[in-house]
Design a protein around this ligand. Structure first.
Ligand code: IFG
Length: 529
């Protein structure tokens, strides 16, 4: 294991390396305490291939430039990378036309990266004169930039920090194992602001997550304005679990979130949960309830007690109107109809409702997504089923695969970030937990007897019954989310808890620099602060 400079201020580390003064100002430090760049093997998710080239390190200097075309495919990454590096180093780091020569170039190159890399893969080559990220598409350039970011000291996440800014020499060839590497955020039980959602998007981007499902409606709240059904938000969005003020996204705010996520190559999948989990909608429009009476707003955390009145004409008019408006606001290809825990919907009517709602999604140009129970219904072949309910021992996942659906694995006893780490965790639920960091990492999508060709990827849901702030989100998502992102991206051969826990611990200085309120959960050798 190559020694790595501890999280000392870089200047002190440099002095220690020269032996001029000891790391703490005392007698000269032991000679091997030389400045060491972050090793490629530390990157999370683990890259497909990483070949360090000792001594071929690249130094970002005041004279360094970023060479990138101004095309739509390249500009989001060039602008994002320039902003990060300028803020961290204080250097000008101008973005210049590609092909610029001279030393100290960070170049983003699009095209001819090899078909094996697909649209999300990249190569990263680091030599003393150039850092080169090459990819077939913008997403690959952006993922390469996240790897470059992780190869720089954590101080790059702060403002005008002291260098040196050294990137380990060598080459990385990388592309994801699965196309669907998702997080899910429940903004219905408790509402979160645009700023909170966009901060979470930035945190997801660091680990190459490329899908964020937004759980926009539930019993306790409806969180997206629907023009043709305004009381969904004015009434249905007016409260939350615990009786707080609730809230909702206007359509302009939702568009802002979607655009921000797209600039980080993250696709938003909006979820309107139905036919269950609909008390907020019923409280807004009594005509949607079978007895025609609007139930009171609900601020508890029970599930399974509400249902749309399936089979009634107004119900499908409602469903179609909501899906039509949401599809028009969503540039991504997917729209989720939820479908979970419909315990108050007559079982004989569940499948026909789901089939009709899925047809509405298709008719508005989107691919239906839902929790894996939807596999009971007739669905279009490209539909996506998200497996979560460990109480069915994987049967809903297998049924989805047998019916030709694409299956995303989100087994609640590994992926539900709303579960406590251990009994002492203040936040979180317990029904599928506790979920230690090891428990969240130590599983494989292939553990569920689903044909490999049916596995679309993984998802890490974060339900918000017990969460109210961004800090709460970060305490539950970090440090467990990066491991699920790694399972979705990296080759199974890299999947080793004993080595991963050390790589995970090395992320802590970066989270501290980013101000992420992560939980110093047990089982991980966190650096001493
Ligand atoms: N199950 C419910 C969620 C949420 C969760 C909390 C799904 C698909 C338990 N449905 O997970 O609404 O309450 O862990």
């Amino acid at each position: 294991m190559r020694r790595r400079a501890a999280a000392l201020p870089a200047a002190v580390t440099i002095l220690a390396a020269t032996g001029a003064v000891g790391a703490c100002g005392g007698p000269p430090a032991v000679p091997e305490a030389h400045f060491m760049p972050i090793p490629m093997s530390d990157v999370i998710p683990a890259p497909l291939e990483a070949r360090p080239a000792p001594g071929a390190d690249f130094h970002i200097e005041p004279s360094t430039v970023i060479a990138a075309a101004r095309s739509a495919e390249v500009r989001p990454t060039a602008d994002w990378l320039a902003a990060l590096l300028r803020r961290g180093t204080g250097f000008p780091l101008p973005v210049v036309a590609p092909g610029s020569r001279g030393s100290g170039v960070i170049s983003l190159q699009l095209g001819d990266a090899g078909a094996a890399l697909g649209g999300e893969g990249y190569t990263l080559s680091v030599s003393p004169s150039e850092v080169r990220i090459r990819a077939n598409a913008g997403a690959g350039l952006f993922h390469g930039a996240q790897t470059l970011r992780q190869l720089l000291p954590a101080a790059i996440e702060t403002t005008h920090a002291a260098g040196p800014w050294v990137v380990e020499g060598g080459t990385i060839v990388d592309h994801p194992r699965y196309p669907w590497r998702a997080a899910m955020l429940d903004v219905a039980r408790h509402f979160f602001s645009v700023a909170d959602v966009e901060r979470y998007v930035d945190e997801l981007a660091l680990y190459k997550v490329n899908v964020l499902e937004l759980h926009l409606s539930d019993d306790q709240g409806w969180r997206i304005a629907i023009t043709s059904w305004p009381r969904l938000t004015t009434v249905g969005g007016s409260t939350a679990v615990g009786g707080g003020p609730g809230g909702y996204f206007t359509q302009a705010q939702y568009r802002e979130i979607v655009a921000y996520a797209a600039s980080r190559y993250i696709t938003i999948v909006p979820e309107i949960d139905m036919p269950g989990h609909v008390n907020a909608a019923l409280a807004s429009y009594g005509e949607l309830s079978c007895d025609g009476v609007a139930p009171p707003l609900y601020t508890g955390i029970d599930v399974g007690f509400s249902s749309l009145c399936v089979g009634r004409p107004i119900t499908m008019r409602f469903v179609d109107a909501v899906i039509a408006e949401l599809a028009a606001l969503t540039p991504g290809p997917y729209l989720s109809i939820g479908g979970d825990e419909a315990q108050s919907t007559p079982p004989s009517e569940y499948a026909s409702f789901i089939a009709e709602a899925a047809r509405a999604v298709s008719s508005h140009g989107k691919v239906p997504v839902g929790w894996a129970e939807i596999a009971a219904a007739r669905l279009p072949p490209d539909a996506v089923a998200v497996y979560w309910n460990i109480d069915d021992a994987g049967s809903s996942a297998r049924q989805a695969a047998e019916r030709g659906l694409r299956v995303v694995l989100a087994p609640a006893n590994h992926c539900y970030l709303d579960q406590k780490y251990d009994p002492s965790t203040v936040l979180g639920l317990t029904w599928a937990g506790p979920i230690s960091v090891e428990q969240s990492y130590d599983w494989e999508p292939t553990d569920y007897a689903i044909p490999a060709g049916r596995i679309e990827g993984v998802e890490a849901p974060l339900w918000s019954e017990t969460l109210t702030t961004m800090s709460d989100i970060e305490q539950m998502a970090f440090p467990r989310l990066p491991g699920i992102a790694e399972i979705g991206w990296s080759p199974p051969s890299t999947h080793d808890w004993a080595r991963y826990r050390v790589r995970l611990a090395a992320q802590a200085p970066r989270w501290e620099a980013m101000g992420i309120d992560f939980d110093r959960a047990s089982g991980v050798p966190w650096p001493q602060t």
